[in-house]
Structure formats: C-alpha cells, structure tokens
Design a protein around this ligand. Structure first.
Ligand SMILES: *Cc1c(COP(=O)(O)O)cnc(C)c1O
Length: 431
C-alpha cells in the first residue's frame, strides 16, 4: 500500500484547528495509534483516501449508505434538487413526498417531523414525551446510544463506550442525570420491577436492535414487557430506529417484532447520505408539537430539500422487490466461514446486513457481556485489515454494514483477509 503522507499532513494540520483533529470523536481512531482515515472519494463499496489508498468499506457512513457510495439514482436526485435550490426555510413538496413514503412503511408512524440529525430526533421525541405525559423520568438502557443530547448521554454506547471516564459526559447537570435512569438491556425481571415502581415515568427509549455496543438485538419478550409496562404506567415507548430503520427491512424492527412504539426515531438511511432524520408516531401525540401544540421544536434546515430528494430516491430503491433478500444472502455468505472460525473464541451477531464480530465473548446480550471483549486483539485485527485495504468501524463497540453495492470479489477478499488474520493469530478458546 502507498504511504500515508498526505493523510498525515492533513491530520497534523487538523489537530491544530479542531479538537482531536475531527468533528466527531470516533473519527479520530483513538486507541488505535494510527493517523485516522482521511477520505477523498467513494464509489459503491470502496473508499479512497487522500493518498489514493483504496479500502473496501464496511462502515458505510455508520450505516447510512445502504446503497453504497454515490449510487446513480441518489446523485441524480440530489443534483436535480441542487439546481432548483438547496434550501428555502419554507415548506417544500419533497417533505410531503418523503413523509408519505415513510408513513406508508413504518407501522407506528401516523405523523412525522423531519430534523437534521439523529440527536435532534431523539432529543425532540423525548421532549415531546415529557410534554405529552407531563412527567419527567426517562429510562434508557446501558450501551444504547441515542445521540449526544444531555439526557441521553448517560451510560451510552458508540464513541462514549470506550472512554471509561465518560460513563456519562462532563457538562451534564446533576438535575438532568437525576431524571435519567440507565438500566441493563434485556433484563426483563429487573427492568420491569423498576418501571412498575416509577409513577413519574415519562418515557422508555430503546434501540430495539442495539447497534452502538456492537449488534445486540433486544429479545421479543423484553420489548413486549416494555410495551406493556409503559402502557400500564401512562408512559411512552420510544423506539430509536436511527440505525435499524430501513436497514433490517422497510418496516423496521417494529414491523419484524409486531410491536408498535408510541414514537419512533429515524435517521441515517432516510437521508441517503445527507443530514436528515425524523421522529414520528401517533397523531394524538405528534399534534402536541408546535405549531399545533405547546411542545416547541424547529429547525432552519429541517426537511432540507436536497436531503429529502436523496432520502426519497433511497427509499424507492429499497422498495425494489427482493432488495432485502439480496442483502441478507450477501451478508450471510460473507459471514458463514467467519462465524465458524470464531466459534469458541468470540461470536458474530447479526440482523440482516448489520453485524459485529465480537472478539472474546461467546454471546452478547447486554453491556456487561462486553467485559469479555479483547480490545488489544481488536486493535491488531483492525490494523491488519486496514493495512490490507479493508475498512471496518474503528472500535469494537460498533456495527459493521454491508450495502447492496458490495461486490462479490470484494467480499471474498475481505473474508479471506479476516480468516487469514485468525489463522495467523490463533486465539485461546475462551471459557
Ligand atoms: C447514529 C445514532 C444516533 C445519532 O444520530 P446523529 O445523526 O449522529 O446525531 C441516534 N441513535 C442511534 C441508534 C444512532 O445509531
């Protein structure tokens, strides 16, 4: 592989300009002791960095790019809208069209509001839940990540996961932490007991497939319990489907599980690579938002026309018959021998085209199972792949993604490289 001269120059300069040289912490490759990837361009399943090194991409902008980089339909849709106007700060037809499309698919969404990031979606959904119920307690789950708003950053996953000192971030007032309870994921008995005892419960928010402590699905029984107890308590159940929405199917986890949350948060895929996210739910709840109701929420760039057109073009592509089956087969074939090689030394957890290779634990159901993660080994694994042109998320706590643009020969190359690593670096079997 070529040297990383330009990458190093840009990174060195960035370090003086931006904290950690980045605009989002995981991009800094912290803990990996190398210059982070500085992307120049992408096409389909490949990324090239500023030194023209080529990588097969298993991160896909953290799951946003289910069609891969630069799909023609999206490029065309976005360019056409750019020519008409990038932003108006006025209502546009694109919002109406994408809203209709999402509502037609997501079982629990009757009305929707667009925002610009997943963080805004969850933050606003939470405010709405509190405004609607008149109560304040929020329950979330350890290792789930819902963006970086104050209330939701208590014991979160994703970039916060490997900063032990940031079990919750500094700068969050005590009063806010007091109103957030972070409970163990998938712990049916323990969680139901606590929820039943809290009459001040406004909302429970959950990633119904956790994707920010690696891929960890919630059990059906756990989700059913949450649905029942929130109903009993007059609290709202919020599904954060920012990753899982349109990733695991057109109806999200709620469609697969047949469980209707009160509110749903979406992001990533629905913007087709542009900044768009949304939250939605039952009309009677959503109509509490301004201008109809007294819960305020707004955004200069909300429902941005370019993002709406890219999002719509994406969802149209996902509606193509057999889309998710194709993705399922691609991913299953890629992983089969890897699962075999990892047996007894770790595990692969997967739902559709999102998955994680856990090095160490033989099964991960909650945050505490991640104590068994072999982080040193992940580091050598990441570096081995990186040097051979395979880019996986730069942390053991993240999901990998396969897009419809992943080519067979690239998947075979990646598969072989991963198996080679395991062969050259044999692991002790874990107990
Ligand atoms: C990415 C993510 C968010 C935050 O979205 P941003 O657009 O990064 O603010 C929220 N929830 C989940 C489940 C996510 O994966």
């Amino acid at each position: 592989m070529k040297e990383r001269k330009r990458s190093e120059e840009i990174y060195c300069s960035s370090l003086n300009l931006m904290p950690g040289g980045v605009n989002s912490p995981v991009r800094s490759f912290s803990g990996l002791s190398i210059t982070p990837l500085i992307a120049a361009r992408g096409k389909d399943d490949l990324i090239w960095d500023v030194d023209d090194r080529e990588y097969i991409d298993f991160c896909g902008s953290w799951g946003s790019l289910i069609l891969g980089h630069g799909p023609e339909a999206i490029v065309k849709a976005a360019q056409a809208q750019m020519a008409l106007g990038a932003s108006f700060g006025i209502a546009t037809e694109g919002e109406e069209r994408l809203a209709k499309k999402i509502i037609s698919h997501m079982p629990s969404i009757e009305k929707i509001r667009f925002v610009s990031s997943g963080t805004e979606a969850t933050m606003s959904a939470l405010r709405l839940a509190r405004g609607f119920t008149g109560k304040s307690l929020l329950v979330k789950f350890e290792g789930n990540y819902h963006g970086h708003s104050d209330s939701l950053l208590v014991k979160a996953g994703s970039g916060v996961a490997h900063m032990n000192s940031l079990a919750s971030s500094k700068g969050i007032p005590e009063e806010i932490i007091k109103n957030t309870l972070s409970l163990p994921y998938n712990d049916i008995i323990g969680v139901s007991k606590i929820l039943q005892s809290r009459s001040d419960l406004a909302a429970v928010i959950i990633e119904p497939i956790a994707g920010n402590m690696g891929v960890v699905p919630a059990s059906s029984e756990f989700l059913e319990m949450l649905r029942q107890v929130t109903l009993d308590q007059g609290a709202l159940l919020i599904f954060d489907e920012v990753i899982s929405g349109f990733r695991v199917g057109l109806q999200g986890v709620q469609g697969i599980q047949g469980i209707k949350p009160d509110l749903t948060c979406l992001g990533k895929i629905i913007g087709g690579g542009f900044p768009a996210a949304a939250f939605g739910g039952r009309k009677e709840i959503m109509d509490h938002l301004a201008p109809l109701g007294e819960v305020y929420q707004a955004g200069t760039l909300s429902g941005n026309p370019v993002a709406m057109s890219a999002g719509l073009a994406t969802l149209v592509a996902l509606e193509e018959k057999g889309f998710y089956d194709k993705l399922e087969i691609k991913t299953a074939q890629f992983l089969a021998p890897i699962e075999e090689a990892l047996r007894g030394k770790g595990c692969v957890q997967r739902v559709g085209s999102m998955f994680t290779l856990f090095l160490g634990p033989s099964k991960v159901e909650s945050w505490k199972d991640l104590e068994k993660l072999d982080k040193e080994r992940f580091k050598s694994f990441f570096l081995y792949l990186f040097e051979r042109g395979i880019y996986i998320p730069p942390s053991p706590y993240e999901s990998w993604f396969i897009s419809i643009a992943h080519k067979r020969d690239h998947l075979e190359k990646a598969q072989k490289t991963i198996l080679d690593f395991f062969e050259k670096n044999p692991m002790q079997k874990m107990a």
